[in-house]
Design a protein around this ligand. Sequence first.
Ligand code: ZN
Length: 407
Amino acid sequence: MNAPRPTPAAADQREVSRLRILEEIRAANRIARIDIASATGLSPATVTAITADMLDEGLIEEISQDAGTAGTKAKRGRPRVLLKLRGEAHRIAGLKVSQKNITVLLVDFNGTEIALHKHDLRSARMTGEELADEIKTAIADTCAQADLENPSLSGIAIGLPGQIDAPKGFVHWSSSLTERNVEFGEILSRKLSSPVFIDNDANLVAIAEQLFGDGQGYRDFLVVTIEHGVGMGIVLDGKLYRGARGCGAEFGHTKVQNGGALCQCGQRGCLEAYVGDYALLREANIQTLGDRPRSVADVLAAAREGDRLAQSVLDRAGQMFAMGLSNLINIFDPQLIVLSGAQIAFDHLYEERVLDSVKRSVVEVDAPLPEIKVHHWGDLMWAKGAAAYGIEQVSARAAREVVNAPV
Ligand SMILES: [Zn+2]
């Protein structure tokens, strides 16, 4: 090939166009070239040239619109040719690190599930090196389950709790790590032979809600995650908002009581220190004189059976949570808030009286409150969010690599 090397500006433009075309094909699932041109505003000639390269690279494939209708040819004219992503082009792993285990979801470039695996952790907190080793084993076991070799992964995306600078792969703090300020992306890159992308787990849930869940069709929404801690993902104007240092959206560490209960972050009075599962258990144990509850489920069961102490613990959590939600509404004025989590354990946080309390604390206007939806989902959906983030990052690399390849 003797084509002249593109100028940096032209290369940038081509990268942007390639990514837009890839994203358009992904969003549409299958689409004709002419429809890509009208959706992206690119000229039909540009779309034809770029998609020809992508076909050569095996990123996309052509299918006949009649495919699937018993192979009959159209009676008149040629069948319309559509483009779709080629699933086999890339394999991507999405991981969710929880307190007790790591969930690994292996998908192809289309997002189709290849394998799903749960790896038990020896302890809830460990060093960056130790957690990276656990992640490596979890991925290797998943690949073995799917008869794949590790090097065939094009990207590994990992969701962790805590304050994470996603572009830098840097963990300021995480409840999964015993150390602060960990170059976790670098540690993982040393141990794994594929590109690694890390992000705050609640951000990945927000991506999953946007792509496959309750956030579909909304431009401005918040996702509040409730499990061991309380997290949040912010989608503004259709895009995930990460803040300047990756330390924002820490709904769980907003203060609801001056000098209040001790939080796992080391500070006092955080919302999480009243509504997180560890907080409920701690509070129930401080107050209980008889049998000590061992899990949040014990506290909930006791409350259901009429135990006043258990009820008061849950009541206080509900009131604190209502205060937090009304603060969010007063700041963001979102279209929707999704309360997202795996555990049945937080039923008490969206009882009618909690929502009534939210209504009383929101600035009064003659307009309805934002919708509040509850979405129970398991670790699979967290991992799905991670996989979606991985696909996004791998697509961005695919758009970039060919542009920068020697000509
Ligand atoms: Zn805190």
